[in-house]
Ligand binder design. Structure first.
Ligand SMILES: *Cc1c(COP(=O)(O)O)cnc(C)c1O
Length: 411
């Protein structure tokens, strides 16, 4: 999307506002499917939690994607968006047996990552096939917060517990239809990923009724110039040929599944905010925008970098700014950033604002969550209205503490 198109959206719809470019989502989806085009059966299940707007889900449906869900509400959202149950996989962590049963009743694919739940579910519903989430104990990426394959991780069933899984399967006569892993959020090294895949193939051999192998996600996208990104094409070439060889050995054309979130939507997103004030202190120049970690928490939560561009003054002289929000807490979006000269009222654009941005937004400080706009076929479509005061007050229950009431009660 062009900067003047974004600027026009901020003018027309107000700020702060999230904008998503449908074309970018489509091109990322196609890039991924093209990279694996030598695999007979490929299934991309978009991870809903990255960006869960129903219109985004419908866009994915139109592309032929399935969805990966982590809560019963996401399952319901997927069904509301028109996905058939078999296009939905439920991959929760730490949820109750009740919630898994509710999802199974809706007919969606079930992915279980806990021996205790596997045993209980298999005992009660031996006829419902399930996928199992394996923890191959491979550390992908450097950030311990987002690496979920290592030994201390709460995710998945350890590969060292395969004998236990096999005993449960035998005792309950349940069917395992898929094997899954999701090692972390950043695949930087394809060899590491392929190594984890080998562990998955070894595991898969022990289950005779598989329909699919799900390699999770972790595709890294560039957040700033010079960032390493996952080489999807190389991964596609190497994993596809290994997968095809495995299917021959297994004696069946299995489905190769992935469940990316970030890769598909991160770069499509722009978050537009308005500069309320420019504040010079003895140490820095702050640009204070009409947002905070209530709308975009990644920089404060994960230390994530989002490029920040002044789209109101793209030719202005570059200066250094610390961009902060309006929340009554430290909410620094970016420290000492080189940005084209900022004037009060300018619109700053945060890049890579598609994944884990709006979906992690809150009402902290009793602020409204922003509007969302989808740029599709050269037109801006509102896909979520900005909240209003009604949204803030809706579920709150007002008690009456007036002295008059108290007098009546004590009479
Ligand atoms: C969050 C999540 C994903 C998506 O991860 P990205 O890094 O956004 O691609 C995939 N699978 C599972 C099980 C997840 O929890």
């Amino acid at each position: 999307m062009l900067e003047n198109q974004l600027l026009k959206i901020a003018q027309d719809f107000g700020s702060p506002v999230y904008v998503y470019d449908a074309e970018k989502i489509e091109s990322q989806y196609k890039r991924l499917t093209n990279a694996f085009n030598s695999v007979k059966k490929l299934k991309i299940n978009y991870a809903v939690k990255a960006l869960s707007n129903i219109s985004i889900l419908k866009l994915f449906k139109s592309l032929g994607s399935g969805i990966d869900t982590v809560s019963i509400q996401e399952v319901q959202l997927g069904l509301a968006a028109g996905f058939s149950p078999d296009q939905i996989i439920f991959t929760p962590n730490g949820v109750s047996l009740d919630e898994i049963e509710e999802a199974a009743k809706l007919g969606v694919k079930i992915n279980i990552d806990n021996l205790s739940i596997l045993e209980q579910f298999g005992t009660k519903h031996p006829k419902v096939p399930v996928c199992i989430r394996i923890n191959p104990h491979v550390m992908a990426g450097g950030n311990a917060n987002i690496s979920v394959g290592h030994i201390d991780s709460k995710f998945g069933i350890s590969i060292h517990q395969i004998p236990h899984i096999l005993r449960i399967v035998e005792n309950t006569q349940m069917t395992i239809n898929g094997i899954h892993m999701h090692t972390g959020s950043d695949i930087l090294d394809i060899e590491v990923f392929l190594y984890a895949s080998e562990i998955l193939f070894e595991t898969a051999k022990q289950f005779k009724n598989l329909d699919f192998i799900d390699f999770g996600s972790g595709f890294k996208v560039p957040y700033k110039a010079g960032d390493i990104e996952t080489n999807i094409e190389e991964l596609g070439k190497k994993l596809s040929s290994r997968f095809n060889a495995f299917c021959k050995e297994y004696g069946k054309d299995l489905t190769l599944a992935f469940e990316p979130g970030k890769f598909l939507v991160s770069e499509s997103g722009s978050f537009l905010t308005k500069v309320n004030a420019v504040k010079q202190t003895t140490s820095t120049v702050f640009a204070q925008v009409d947002s905070g970690f209530n709308h975009l928490i990644r920089p404060m939560f994960y230390g994530s970098h989002h490029d920040i561009v002044n789209i109101s003054n793209p030719k202005g002289r570059e200066r250094f700014y610390t961009v902060v929000g309006y929340i009554c807490e430290t909410d620094t979006f970016g420290n000492n950033r080189r940005i084209n000269e900022i004037n009060e009222g300018d619109i700053l654009c945060f890049k890579n604002a598609g994944a884990y941005c709006f979906s992690m937004a809150s009402n902290y400080n009793s602020r409204f969550r922003p509007a969302e706009v989808l740029w599709h076929n050269n037109k801006a479509h509102v896909i979520r209205q900005r909240e209003t005061f009604d949204d803030i007050i809706r579920n709150q229950v007002e008690l009456d503490f007036s002295p008059k009431k108290k007098a009546v009660l004590t009479k």
